[in-house]
Write a protein that binds this ligand. Structure first.
Ligand code: NI
Length: 260
């Protein structure tokens, strides 16, 4: 299938100032607590009209949830980005490396709009079934592709199928983001069921979804509206967890134990 990426749209979005912000992010050291672009890279006097990531809400004080989208980028991702912007929501995207090189403009847009970028291997390999060396190749190739496109390496990873062996875990230089709420959007392909699944969200939940399915995008306006009505703020995985450590896996962020 040939997919036309709206290059014009992306270019329109990337105003000169936004472009400067992306370029300013190049080569900036990765902080353990990812909070978007480093403040010193965005603090120019002319930066006030620039769409920029910030530290986000204080998830120790307010109800936060991390919405996560796996297996993209794909042809539906741009509409999702617009919906997230309309609801002032930040999310985390776990990208397939071979699709990063197919849709670089979308990946650049995800980063420019302040979402967190995660590594989901080059070709969606099951890390329980391949060697550590093969896994490292899958991950490092994807790291490089993301860095090439956005100027920054990914800050988290999620193993395909949520499976990973201990030897792989030990070899990782990124935190591992699992999830606590599975919407089963890939299975039901039903927007109503996807919305319903998010009723299980509690403060600190990490929600698993996939932006390659139209039904998932269709579910988003209502899911975001419902969760917002329940008082939730939408943050990235790193914002939710606070200070994720490499080689450690996180199913939830702060507050999850408290429930609600
Ligand atoms: Ni996946």
């Amino acid at each position: 299938m040939v997919i036309m990426v709206s290059r014009l749209k992306v270019l329109q979005f990337l105003s000169a100032s936004a472009l400067a912000l992306v370029l300013a992010g190049c080569g900036a050291p990765l902080s353990a607590t990812w909070q978007g672009f480093p403040p010193d890279a965005t603090g120019q006097a002319d930066g006030k009209d620039t769409p920029r990531a910030d530290a986000g809400p204080d998830c120790a004080q307010v109800k936060c949830v991390a919405l996560t989208f796996d297996d993209g980028p794909g042809p539906h991702t741009e509409s999702l980005l617009d919906i997230l912007d309309e609801h002032e929501a930040k999310a985390t995207f776990f990208l397939i490396g071979k699709d990063v090189v197919k849709f670089p403009d979308i990946v650049r847009d995800e980063a420019a709009r302040g979402h967190e970028i995660g590594n989901h291997t080059w070709s969606h390999q099951d890390l329980a079934k391949i060697s550590v060396a093969a896994g490292q190749r899958e991950l490092s190739k994807t790291d490089a592709a993301i860095k090439e496109v956005t100027g920054a390496a990914p800050t988290v990873m999620r193993p395909p199928y949520g499976t990973i062996r201990e030897d792989h875990m030990k070899s990782l230089d990124l935190p591992v983001a699992m999830w606590s709420v599975d919407t089963f959007d890939w299975k039901t392909r039903d927007a109503k069921k996807t919305v319903k699944a998010a009723e299980k969200v509690v403060p600190g939940s990490i929600v698993l979804m996939h932006d390659i399915h139209p039904s998932t995008i269709e579910a988003m306006p209502k899911m975001l509206t419902d969760l917002k009505a329940r008082g939730f703020h939408f943050v990235t995985v790193s914002q939710l967890v606070g200070d994720p450590k490499p080689g450690t896996d996180y199913k939830t962020g702060r507050q999850a134990a408290a429930g609600n």
